[in-house]
Design a protein around this ligand. Sequence first.
Ligand code: UT7
Length: 343
Amino acid sequence: MSESAHGAEAGNGPFPVVIAGTGAYAPARVLTNRDLERMVHTTDEWIVARTGMRERRVAADGEFTSDMAAEAGRRAIADAGLDPAAIDLVLLATITPDLPFPNTACLAQGKLGAKNAVCIGLEAACSGFVFALEAARAFVASGAWRNILVIGAEKMSAVLDWSDRSTCVLFGDGAGAAVVQRGRRGRGIIGSVLGSDGSLSDLLQIPAGGCRRPASAATVAAGEHALRMNGREVFRHAVTTMTRAAREIMDRHGLRTDDIRWVIPHQANMRIIRAVAARLAIPESRFVINVERYGNTSGASVGLALDEAVRDGRIREGDTVMLLVFGGGFTWGAMLLEWGGAK
Ligand code: UT7
């Protein structure tokens, strides 16, 4: 695993790196478990018992990842009290880009009018938002950029096989965003522990559409442009790896579970969240959970949940918050924040 403790250093040094504003967007269309019962051989009871999900959002036909990203980004910029022109970098994580290229950060930038921003796309599946936050933290700390718009956005509905009940019930669409900049007080982003293991990439992927298997009539006929997952294996790795990452970052910063006010886990499955909570001995009531309403929105999930918990007043100035993610790659990470401290 790679580790950073720059925030802690920054806290004692010249400035902390903070999240100055958050925003989120979820499409209007709601797809319930009952709706899915009419589409594939499944039941509301199975989905709720195995995943905790009750409904998810699905983007409209003409609504793309860049549209959701731009709206979440616009809201985060407004929340930070900035004008879009003040953003100098858009860092967007997605596995469902509008196009193979140009990157979706460019497309979102054009839509939200962040005309002075450089645009970088980043792909780390369900860990994307936290990987992008860590990159933003490093860029701000180095002085390379000042006001970074981090976005995790996904149109998962576009990469699902809607006849495969083992995957199509699990995912949803949406976007979450945060503005990262130098703060004035507090510790901001305290540090992170991130990791990746490419030897397990076969367990969760979209097999075709890249240079290994370019799109062809055969790849389309074989359904290889849809997400494929070995659910049981991914589940097992997610629980052990998220637990390990959480313990590592708490050890590194000398924190005990009681010091963590909120955990914002990737919203993949209620059973994964419960298993991690039990292993860490952190009460479920201190986890921010919205998987029942949005399903698994991959790279958008932590951004969506963070914005929700900030907006409804659960996360307050001074709270210690842990973001905890796991996804395809495999990729994973834990990030500690001390909330607040913006200008
Ligand atoms: O976002 C990052 C990564 N993703 C995840 O973290 C997801 C990780 N995996 C999971 O959350 C779970 O493995 C699933 C929710 C995907 C599946 O739950 P499970 O308890 O592991 O079920 P299973 O795959 O072992 O399947 C149990 C049974 C199977 O039937 P048989 O073979 O026992 O007869 C499946 O065919 O459930 C069946 N099944 C379904 N039944 C009704 C699978 N999907 C459905 C469905 N409705 N939608």
